[in-house]
Design a protein around this ligand. Structure first.
Ligand code: NAI
Ligand code: MG
Length: 488
């Protein structure tokens, strides 16, 4: 069950299946966002530690290593075992995440379930990826092999720490790569505990390595390391660009899952209450700290006023409080930086003329809680309609026609997700085809599936994680031609 004071078992860097201090001896605090107080000191990795982790991962990837000699079905078995151990420790993991990240306990429980589900999905691919026989000219037998890309660097954010880890570990391990990962500095605790579970599951030393630390130090060392062949990153567009530039020096393969300013279009043929509920969940889920958050709510003029009224009521009904209280729906923002940034955007929204319908301020005096906030009369030019806020702020924008709203939905550099709520099948299809987004939801929002590829158009990213395409990120293709005695 929920435990607001879970034992902190692991705070060190994980290399070669051992927990060790940073070479520098440095540590950094991880903070409880509900109180602003320190939970624990974590070993602070930097270049020296990344070098050691890469050395371990490289040795584990040696062609004669246990890992490389292992059958694909055995790799899958290790992943299934890890998933099973996560289920065993469900309540501990969820408690640890609620403490470190601030998300309501039940949301953390769902995150564990989602992580388990995605690990099992990836495990299933381990022995199902194959090359092909190629009908080449001449007396040759030509075929392709799908081989693991090698040591991979993975850098993850703090909004869904366990899910983002699973989305990156699962495909990389199923395909036979070895890993050096950096968790977000705000949320290192579950990542370190999951390393202990990976060891318990039986992953050989060096296959999984975890170096907590900061972006410009540990993160950069991963990005530029010559022995890392691929980098997978989830986080801000700004850092995505830094990583792509940093990876250029060693021509690493790069996959990026970045931010968004996702449009959700509500047509006037729908039930206003139902539509408002979809929009509410789409924007306030995880305190608005969601890459796909529906932060541009476009509502057709005929139902605009009724929608604003309902959206305001829903936001006001949202229960903000301690992540460990049973009735809490909404916890604190992850840290002080995000908290201040969001309140800053709210001030800009007011200044630029949006109408604050509800919220707008801090809840209580301790920790980083922000009221669910609704703005109406938002226009496309306003900062709050253009920039990713990553907080509980809904911007309701008016539109007249579907054609017009498609243009407006697409007039952004982002393209992660989009949604439409309508009873008109033609509108749903036209919008789904025309909108520039990696994921489109119709009459729902946030429905996720490990089986489906996920990623962004435009500056929302490069590549697709999960689904079959997610496996390809971790593979090289090799063509082999063998001389035959004759063509037949
Ligand atoms: P961030 O992009 O700075 O952090 C994500 C990860 O990248 C963390 O592990 C961080 O340590 C690492 N990192 C930072 N600088 C790096 C560098 N120079 N080299 C290598 N790794 C580096 O995101 P941050 O600062 O936590 O949040 C800022 C904004 O980013 C948020 O307000 C939100 O708009 C967006 N964001 C988007 C996420 C998504 O899911 N797409 C997740 C987290 C943040
Ligand atoms: Mg940052």
């Amino acid at each position: 069950m929920a435990n607001s004071n879970p034992e902190i078992k692991y705070t060190q860097i994980f290399i070669n299946n051992e927990f060790v201090n940073a070479v520098s001896g440095k540590t950094f605090p991880t903070i409880n966002p509900s109180t602003g107080k320190k939970i624990a000191d974590i070993a602070e990795g930097d270049k020296a530690d990344v070098d050691l982790a890469v050395k371990a991962a490289k040795a584990a990837f040696d062609r004669k290593s246990t890992w490389r000699q292992m059958d694909a079905t055995a790799r899958a078995k290790l992943l299934y075992k890890l998933a099973e151990l996560m289920e065993r420790d469900l309540h501990y993991l969820a408690s640890l995440e609620s403490l470190d990240n601030g998300k309501p306990y039940m949301n953390a429980v769902y995150e564990v379930y989602g992580s388990v589900y995605s690990l099992r999905y990836s495990a299933g691919w381990a022995d199902k990826i194959s090359g092909e026989t190629v009908p080449s000219d001449g007396p040759h037998l030509t075929y392709t092999r799908k081989e693991p890309v090698g040591v991979v660097g993975q850098i993850i954010p703090w909004n869904y720490p366990m899910l983002m880890l699973s989305w990156k570990w699962g495909p990389a391990l199923a395909m036979g790569c070895t890993i050096v990962m950096k968790p977000a500095e705000q949320t290192p605790l579950t990542a370190l505990y999951l390393c202990s579970l990976a060891k318990e599951a039986g992953f050989p030393p060096g296959v999984i390595n975890m170096v907590p630390g900061y972006g410009p130090t540990a993160g950069n060392a991963i990005t530029v390391h010559p022995d890392i062949r691929k980098i997978a990153f989830t986080g801000s567009v700004e850092v995505g660009k830094i990583i792509m530039a940093g990876a250029a020096g060693t021509l690493k393969k790069v996959s990026l899952e970045l931010g968004g300013k996702s449009p959700l279009v509500i047509c006037d043929d729908v039930d206003v209450d139902e539509a408002a509920k979809i929009a509410y969940a789409g924007v306030f889920e995880n305190m608005g700290q969601c890459c796909v958050a529906a932060t541009r709510t476009f509502v057709q003029e005929g139902i605009y006023d009724a929608f604003v009224k309902k959206a305001t009521e829903l936001a006001q009904s949202r229960k903000v409080g301690c992540p460990f209280s049973q009735d809490t729906q909404h916890g604190p923002q992850v840290d002080e930086t995000q908290f201040k940034k969001i309140l800053g955007y709210i001030e800009i929204g007011k200044k630029e003329g949006a109408k604050l319908e509800t919220g707008g301020g801090q809840v209580g005096t301790e920790g980083y809680f922000i009221q669910p906030t609704v703005f109406s009369n938002v226009t496309d030019e306003m900062t709050i309609a253009k920039e990713e806020i990553f907080g509980p702020v809904q911007s309701i924008i008016k539109f007249k026609t579907l054609d017009e709203v498609i243009e407006r939905a697409n007039s952004t550099q982002f393209g992660l997700a989009a949604g439409i709520v309508t009873k008109n099948i033609d509108n749903a299809l036209v919008f789904s085809n025309a909108v520039e987004a990696g994921t489109v939801w119709v009459n729902t929002y946030l429905a996720g599936a490990a089986q489906a590829p996920f990623g962004g158009y435009k500056q929302s990213g490069i590549g697709r994680e999960m689904g079959r395409e997610g496996m390809e990120l971790y593979l090289e293709t090799k063509t082999v031609s063998i001389k035959l005695p004759s063509k037949v």
